[in-house]
Design a protein around this ligand. Structure first.
Ligand code: ADP
Length: 266
């Protein structure tokens, strides 16, 4: 669609700008880092104040270098032609829930709140074609966002489902769709946030946010020719739905359950 082409263009332009900036910053900070380090290591007669200042400089430069590295990582050119392999979505979901446990279980408990996590996995889910690592990363981002949206605790459900695509018109091959929903009972999004949340660097989390989580998710979605849908209500919660297309034969489709409550326009 027009909107996704614009989003792609914007990402590309931002990527070029970001890598130019990263390069300049690296050039600018490397002598600072080098001389600060070397003074700290070799100067025996530094005053306490001088040493303190150099340590502050050194730490600040380390932070800048780490930010630049993250920025580069985000925009590094991914192979244009992805190698798509069959991905078992249910086991991927289970894996990500386990991997993110610290964030939704241990950390909230330390703050005295409870986040209940459930996986509702559809039986007989067909494999999708994709890049396991990218989908795992995207799901991780969605789970982290859901947790952030529930500062007072709440419920997080990761649900998988399979539906026949509404617009599947061909007689031979009908398209099936595998959905991964991440539902939270959190704060929800305003209309403005919903509209802008996929944009790189858009965040409502101030210092704590990078605004890159959903931009990454969106990149994965585009590379997989998949689809993302946001259902959200202020004060009620948010469902982020990722939909992947799977070709299916007519006879297979006949056995599918009826499409559920949230049909996806394609
Ligand atoms: P970040 O998490 O660093 O802010 P993201 O790109 O992941 O960056 O998210 C962008 C914004 O979208 C968030 O700052 C938040 O306002 C909104 N958002 C994302 N997920 C949710 C959610 N599950 N509930 C409410 N708001 C969300």
């Amino acid at each position: 669609t027009q909107q996704s082409i614009m989003q792609q263009e914007r990402l590309r332009a931002l990527g070029q700008m970001a890598s130019g900036i990263a390069h300049d910053i690296n050039n600018a900070i490397s002598p600072v880092a080098l001389y600060a380090e070397s003074l700290l290591e070799t100067e025996k007669n530094l005053s306490v104040k001088g040493r303190n200042y150099l340590e502050v400089i050194s730490r600040a430069i380390d932070d800048v270098a780490a930010t630049v590295a993250r920025m580069r990582e985000f925009y590094r050119q991914r192979a244009p032609q992805l190698t798509l392999l069959p991905v078992d979505v249910n086991s991927l979901v289970q894996q990500v829930i386990d991997l993110t446990r610290a964030r939704w279980s241990d950390m909230p408990q330390q703050r005295g709140i409870v986040i209940n996590v459930h996986a509702e996995l559809a039986p007989d889910l067909p494999d999708i074609m994709g890049v396991h690592g990218e989908i795992r990363e995207a799901l991780t981002n969605l789970i982290f966002n859901a947790v952030d949206a529930m500062p007072e605790g709440g419920g997080l459900t990761v649900r998988t489902s399979v539906v026949q695509d509404w617009s599947g018109s061909s007689k031979e091959i009908i398209v099936k769709q595998v959905n991964i929903d991440v539902c939270d009972t959190g704060v929800g999004m305003s209309d403005d946030t919903k509209r802008r949340c996929l944009e790189p660097f858009f965040t409502t989390k101030g210092e704590r946010g990078t605004g890159l989580g959903l931009a990454m998710v969106y990149g994965m979605i585009e590379r997989h020719s998949a689809h993302i849908e946001i259902l959200t209500e202020i004060g009620k919660g948010t469902t982020m739905r990722m939909s992947f297309l799977v070709p299916a034969t007519v006879s297979e489709v006949a056995r599918l359950p009826a499409p559920d409550a949230i049909p996806t326009k394609r």
